[in-house]
Design a protein around this ligand. Structure first.
Ligand code: GRF
Length: 226
């Protein structure tokens, strides 16, 4: 039996996306295993989730961008990911940029999830910004990371209705449900070797057009039953 692809997951907060990835791996829906979880914040609950599943959980402080501490952390993250035999890096609720060392070492194998339909609403607190703006549809995006925030080639998106009575919290909760579906799906396509890149266009072999699931539109269509 070939060794499973080993995932390195970067978190900054509660780690519910990490949990959905762990659950999908443990249920055999993703032919991979989470080999290490790294957080820039010692108190990130995502580290606790890793420990509960016997997964190495590392706190690597990250200084301010473009500072010596930031560069040291970038190299430390790279070393930790390589030491754990990682083949795909998943930024999941990770609120910092992937550094040049990580991006170079894992070129083409760093993903990120963003709780909006990029390129709309880049940045943070984007669910609140979407409600504030008055959009009728928002959603979430999994994309390959590049040196800038929220700009890499898009793998899968889910479109989520914004209800008239929504506040940021209600929308964030609804989008999060879809995040927990599109991230495992994107990872499984990567593991299955079904993703290819042409410039900024991601091609998913044999992917079907969009599919509806619980009031959201997934494009390409979800295949995993999550
Ligand atoms: C998610 O909406 C994620 O997209 C954003 O932070 C929220 C919490 O993520 N970056 P998690 O529960 O820590 O995975």
């Amino acid at each position: 039996m070939a060794d499973k692809l080993r995932l390195g997951v970067l978190v900054s907060g509660s780690g519910t996306n990490l949990q959905s990835i762990i659950n999908a791996c443990e249920a055999g829906k993703i032919d991979a295993e989470v080999a290490v979880v790294i957080s820039n914040r010692a108190e990130a609950f995502g580290l606790e989730r890793a420990r509960k599943h016997g997964i190495p959980a590392l706190h690597i402080p990250v200084g301010r961008n473009e500072t010596p501490e930031y560069e040291i952390a970038d190299r430390e993250q790279t070393r930790a990911l390589r030491d754990h035999g990682v083949g795909l890096v998943c930024m999941a609720g990770y609120l910092r940029k992937a550094g040049p060392s990580v991006l170079e070492t894992f070129a083409g194998a760093v993903m990120n999830i963003h709780p909006a339909l990029l390129p709309a609403f880049p940045g943070v607190k984007v669910q609140w910004a979407a409600v504030e703006y008055g959009v009728r549809i928002s959603g979430c995006t999994v994309h390959f990371a590049d040196p800038e925030f929220d700009r890499g080639p898009i793998i899968i998106q889910a479109a989520v209705p914004v209800l008239q009575e929504d506040d940021g919290e209600a929308l964030a909760k609804r989008i999060l449900q879809c995040e927990h579906r599109i991230y495992p799906q994107a990872i499984q396509w990567f593991v299955a070797g079904r993703l290819s890149l042409d410039g900024r266009h991601v091609f998913v072999d044999d992917a079907r057009a969009g599919s509806w699931r619980d009031g959201a539109l997934f494009s390409p269509a979800l295949e995993l039953d999550l």
